[in-house]
Each structure stands twice: as C-alpha cells, then as structure tokens.
Design a protein around this ligand. Structure first.
Ligand code: ZN
Length: 327
C-alpha cells in the first residue's frame, strides 16, 4: 500500500495542477480516544490517529505551525505541506496523542481554552455525557424550550445531541449554561476530567508541542460585546504565557466560521494583541494570498488510509480567495 500511496502522492498533485504551488493544509483534531465512542463518532481512536500520523510522515511534509506560516509567507513551502492542530485542550491530547506525535516526529499545535483547565467541562461535553447516562427512552426538554427527543437508539441519541447543541450554541453564554446545567441535572453525570490540567499543558510544551490560545470560555466572539471579546482573547493568551513562561503566538477562533463565529474586528484584535497568525475553520488550504490571521483548516474524517491520503491530496485544490480579502 505504501507503494500505491507514494505513486498517488506524486501523480495527484500533477493531475490537479497543485504541484509546485504554495499550499498549506492545516488539519483540525479535537480528541483522540482510547476506544471507539458511539456518541463521538467523529473522534479518531489512538490506533487510527497512529496510522494517520505515520501516513503524514511517510507521504506528506508535516511542519510546525510556526514553520508552515513562515514558509507560506516566504513562498518556500515543500510540496504536500501539512500542519496538525488540536482545539480546546482535551486531556487525551497529552495522554495519548502526544506519544504518537513523538513516535513519528510530527509537530503539532494544541489550542487551549483556559477556563476549562483543571476540572472544567465544555457545554457540548456536558450534553453528550448526560445523554450517555440517561436510561429513559425519551428526553423531554419542553420546559427548556428544547423539544422532545427519542433516545431509543444510538442514532436517535446522536440526533438528540446534535439538535440540543444546535439550539443552545448561539445563545448568550449565561442562558446557554443555565439550560445545559438543567439538562445535566436530569442525571448524575460522572465528572470525568476531560480537559487538561495546568501540568498537562506544561508537559505538552516540554514535549515540543506548540500551545496556542483559544480564549478563556470559548464564546462565539461574534455573539459577545467587543470589550468582552478582547478580554477573552487576551486573558487566554496571558494565562498560558504565565503558565509556560513563553510567548503564545498563535490563536484559533472558537468555532471558527468567518462572519458567523467571528468578524473582521476580532481578526484585527488578534493581530493587535501580538499574535503571529490565527486559524479559522473555514474549509480549505492556505495559499500565498491567504490572510495569516484567518488561515483555513479542515477536519480529516476518512477511516481508511487510502481515502484519507486521497482526500488530503484533493484538498490542496481548495483555495478560497474570499479569505484573502477579508470577511
Ligand atoms: Zn474550540
């Protein structure tokens, strides 16, 4: 298979006319789980993450975000350049992913929302973990204006989670948290520590993983007042800099969709606060014209090496001029 992948990784860029062009693919991960989790079907297991990183090492050119951004600016990127990033600050990044990254020498950046370190939990995880523990066939959230959901099958549980998260995601943070707390009260959710501790963040940095900022409380910046947005961005940066005693140069916008989750004013705040670059979740790859404060990213989701490699090779076509000109 390695031979086929080798051939593909040469032929596809030629066929697509992406060979020799400045292209930077930036992958988004959140978690790496020890075993398949039916309520988190998008998260790779440790074994899947292992072959993915081996594949990147063997057939692509993994770079640190610092090197990727710098060489994109200089026009000196190697072919099939790729950066690996994680969002939010899950403990499994340090517990499982770090070992795999070291095994294959793949650099990575972990963007940490500092407000959840040391025992906190993000609202989406509270919803998922609550639904997991419910024995009832139905989840009645009419009192919260969040509908009635069947929980008889895994598919229905996944649908219930998606519908509730869609409904609460863009609420004011206080209103959202009140509803999520009411959902959590429906069952006793075991408080497994999903996010890192300060010490785990330090350990990542000691192991050559770049630590980036991702605000304190993970608000959709476009949904909060300008001064609050600035404070969220700068407080998250300062917390990590104090913790690590080093500069924190890279930022990821929470949720990350341009104009929906953040606006041009937030991009300007990030630049003014001294970051060197920032990443969005706008789907695509960076090119010479890309705004370094809104670099596109995407999530690899294929479960087979050949498809994973092929989709990554095809992604080098996805250059979106919208991002270079602003929002
Ligand atoms: Zn995030």
């Amino acid at each position: 298979m390695s031979f086929v992948l080798d051939a593909l990784s040469r032929i596809v860029p030629l066929a697509l006319n992406t060979a020799g062009r400045q292209r930077l693919a930036i992958l988004i991960y959140h978690r790496v789980v020890p075993a398949p989790d039916e309520l988190r079907p998008g998260e790779p297991t440790v074994d899947e993450f292992d072959w993915q990183m081996r594949l990147l090492r063997d057939h692509f050119n993994p770079l640190s975000l610092a090197e990727g951004v710098q060489r994109l600016r200089e026009g000196s990127l190697p072919p099939r350049a790729v950066c690996v990033t994680f969002d939010d600050g899950y403990a499994d990044n340090e517990r499982y992913a770090m070992t795999v990254l070291r095994r294959y020498g793949v650099p990575a950046t972990v963007f940490v929302s500092t407000g959840f370190l040391n025992g906190g939990r993000m609202f989406n995880d509270t919803v998922i973990e609550t639904v997991r523990t419910l024995d009832e066939p139905t989840l009645d959230l009419r009192d919260l204006e969040l509908g009635v959901h069947s929980l008889a099958t895994t598919q229905q549980r996944l649908a219930a989670i998606a519908e509730v998260l869609t409904a609460v995601r863009y609420m004011e943070p206080q209103e959202r948290d009140a509803r999520v707390a009411a959902i959590a009260a429906l069952s006793r959710v075991p408080h497994e520590h999903l996010m890192m501790t300060d010490e785990q963040v330090r350990n990542l940095a000691r192991n050559q993983v770049t630590v980036g900022a991702h605000t304190v409380n993970h608000p959709m910046l476009a949904s909060v007042a300008g001064e609050d947005a600035r404070r969220e961005i700068s407080d998250g940066k300062r917390y990590l800099e104090n913790l690590l005693q080093q500069d924190v140069d890279y930022f990821a916008y929470p949720n990350g969709k341009p104009s929906t989750d953040y606006r041009l004013e937030h991009r300007d705040m990030v630049q003014a606060l001294g970051f060197r670059a920032a990443v969005s979740t706008h789907w695509g790859v960076g090119c010479g014209d890309s705004d370094p404060y809104q670099l596109p990213r995407f999530t690899p989701w294929d479960r087979r090496p050949m498809r994973f490699a092929l989709r990554l090779l095809l992604s080098y076509r996805r250059v979106d001029p919208l991002v270079s000109g602003g929002l």
